[in-house]
Design a protein around this ligand. Structure first.
Ligand code: PLP
Length: 444
C-alpha cells in the first residue's frame, strides 16, 4: 500500500522518489540520485529547469503583485504576454485569453466556438469533430473530444460523445507519409464525416498538429494539414489547433502551424508556454470570432486565475528566453540529430518498429514484428516497463501511463530545448543500456 497521502489518487503506480532540485536538463531526488529529464516532464519544461532570468522576472513580479482579479485589473504582465503571443501567431489571431492549463484552454475553445456559432445564428452547429486516437485533456468537455478509451470509457455516460475520424497513422496502414496522396486520403475522411453528420451540425474540427501522447510524436503526412484546413473552410467549420504540447518551439517552429503556414481560427497552448514555472495556458482566437461574440454580449466564460500576473510575468520571461537563446532553432537541429540517434538504436534493436518526430518531439514505438507492425502483447505492459527501467538508469522518458497500453507502446523522447550534442550522447547511452535490459527482460 502506498502510504503517502499525496499519492492516494495514483493507486497502482510505481512509487516515485521525492524531487529535491532541478537545473537545466537535470533533476535530483532527495537521495542525491541524478536524472536527465529526457521528456521535459510531460513535454513542459522546454527552456530547462531553474532558468535564472525567468526566476528573476518572477521575483520582480512577486514584489509588485501576485494577484489581480481579471474583472478588476489588467496587468502589465498580462498585456505584455498577450502582445508577445499575438505577434507570434498567424495573422488575425490576436486575441489572447489566459487560462491555467491545457484542459482549460481546450474547454475555452469549445465554448468560444459555440458562442461564435450562436452569435451568427447558427445554433444547429454544436459538434466538434476530433481524431482517434487523440488527447485534448481530462475535463469532461475535453474528454468528449479525446479518443483514448481507458481515459474516456468510464465517463462515457457523463459526456456528449463527439464524432471522430481516424488520425493519419500512415506507417501502420502501409502508406507513404511523404506522398501527398496519403495526406489527402486521411483528410478526405474528415470531409466524409462532415457530410455524414450533416455540415449544418458541425461546429469545429480540433487537431494536434503533431500527435502528442495520443499517437506518440507522429507528424502528419504531407498535404494533410493544408487539406483539412481547406475542408473546414469549405463547410464553414472552425479549424482549431491544439498546440498544448507542440507550441512554444517544441517542434522546431514557435507553433507547429508555422510548418504548414496554417491560419486556424483558434489555437490553444499550455505546457511549454510558461515551461512549468507556473501553471499557464492560452487560447488565441481570430479577431473575427472575438468581435462577433463581443457584439453579441460577450464570452460567457472565465476562470478566477485567468491572467494571473505572476503566471504572465513567467510567460513573458519564457518567451524572451526562447528568443534570446534561439531555442526554437536548437529544437529543430537537435531534433534531427536525436532522430538519427534513435534510428541508430532501431538498427540494433529489432524490438523498435518505428522512429518519428518533429523538432524535439520524438518517439520510438515497440513492435513484436516490424513487417506486420504487430504490437507487443498488451500483458507485457512494455511502455510502462521500459519507462521504469530508463528511470532506474537515470533517464526520464514519457509514455502514456494508463491501465492498459491499448494504443501501442510508444516512448516519447523530448528533452528541454536547451540540449546540446553532449546531452544527446548521454540520452542515447542511457536508452541503449535500458533497451538492452528491457529486451532481456521480455525475452520469452
Ligand atoms: N491537449 C494536449 C495535446 C495535451 O497533450 C494535453 C496534456 O497532455 C492537454 C491538452 C491537456 O493539458 P493539461 O494536462 O494541462 O490540462
Amino acid at each position: 500500500m502506498n502510504q503517502r497521502p499525496s499519492h492516494l489518487f495514483y493507486q497502482g503506480r510505481q512509487r516515485r522518489p521525492v524531487l529535491d532540485q532541478a537545473r537545466g536538463v537535470y533533476m535530483w531526488d532527495v537521495d542525491g540520485k541524478r536524472y536527465l529529464d529526457g521528456s521535459s516532464g510531460a513535454m513542459v519544461c522546454n527552456i530547462g529547469h531553474s532558468n535564472e532570468n525567468v526566476l528573476e522576472a518572477m521575483r520582480r513580479q512577486m514584489e509588485k503583485s501576485t494577484f489581480g482579479y481579471r474583472l478588476h485589473f489588467e496587468t502589465e504582465a498580462s498585456e505584455e504576454l498577450a502582445a508577445k503571443t499575438a505577434a507570434l501567431c498567424p495573422e488575425g489571431l490576436n486575441r489572447v485569453f489566459f487560462v491555467s492549463g491545457g484542459s482549460e484552454a481546450v474547454e475555452s475553445a469549445m465554448k468560444m466556438a459555440r458562442q461564435y456559432a450562436l452569435a451568427r445564428g447558427e445554433g444547429s452547429r454544436w459538434k466538434i469533430i476530433s481524431r482517434a486516437p487523440s488527447y485534448h485533456g481530462c475535463t469532461l468537455g475535453a474528454l468528449a473530444i479525446t479518443s483514448y478509451e481507458p481515459l474516456t470509457q468510464p465517463f462515457a455516460p457523463m459526456m456528449q460523445a463527439m464524432p471522430k475520424v481516424p488520425a493519419p497513422r500512415a506507417y501502420l496502414d502501409g502508406l507513404d507519409p511523404d506522398d501527398e496522396a496519403t495526406g489527402h486520403h486521411y483528410a478526405d475522411m474528415l470531409e466524409a464525416k462532415i457530410i455524414e453528420e450533416g455540415p449544418e451540425t458541425v461546429l469545429g474540427f480540433i487537431v494536434e498538429p503533431v500527435g502528442g501522447a495520443s499517437t506518440g510524436a507522429l507528424p502528419p503526412p504531407r498535404g494533410y494539414m493544408e487539406r483539412v484546413q481547406e475542408i473546414c473552410r469549405k463547410y464553414g467549420i472552425l479549424f482549431i489547433l491544439d498546440e498544448v504540447m507542440t507550441g512554444a518551439g517544441r517542434t522546431g517552429a514557435f507553433l507547429a502551424a508555422d510548418h504548414w503556414n496554417l491560419s486556424p481560427d483558434i489555437i490553444v497552448m499550455s505546457k511549454g508556454f510558461a515551461a512549468g514555472y507556473v501553471p499557464l495556458g492560452a487560447m488565441v482566437v481570430h479577431e473575427r470570432l472575438v468581435e462577433t461574440v463581443l457584439d453579441d454580449g460577450g464570452f460567457l466564460h472565465g476562470y478566477t486565475y485567468a491572467g494571473n500576473p505572476l503566471a504572465c510575468a513567467a510567460g513573458v520571461a519564457v518567451i524572451d528566453e526562447i528568443e534570446r537563446q534561439g531555442l526554437t532553432r536548437n529544437a529543430a537541429i537537435m531534433g534531427d540529430r536525436l532522430i538519427e540517434r534513435l534510428e541508430g538504436l532501431m538498427q540494433r534493436y529489432g524490438i523498435i518498429g518505428d522512429v518519428r518526430g518533429k523538432g524535439l518531439l520524438t518517439a520510438f514505438e515497440f513492435m513484436a514484428d516490424r513487417g506486420s507492425k504487430a504490437p507487443l502483447p498488451k500483458h507485457l505492459k512494455a511502455f510502462d516497463r521500459f519507462v521504469n527501467i530508463a528511470y532506474d538508469n537515470g533517464l526520464i522518458v514519457y509514455s502514456r501511463r494508463t491501465r492498459d497500453g491499448v494504443e501501442g507502446d510508444h516512448i516519447i523522447v523530448a528533452p528541454p530545448m536547451i540540449v546540446t550534442e553532449t546531452h544527446l550522447d548521454e540520452i542515447t547511452e542511457m536508452l541503449d543500456v535500458s533497451l538492452a535490459q528491457f529486451t532481456d527482460e521480455i525475452r520469452p
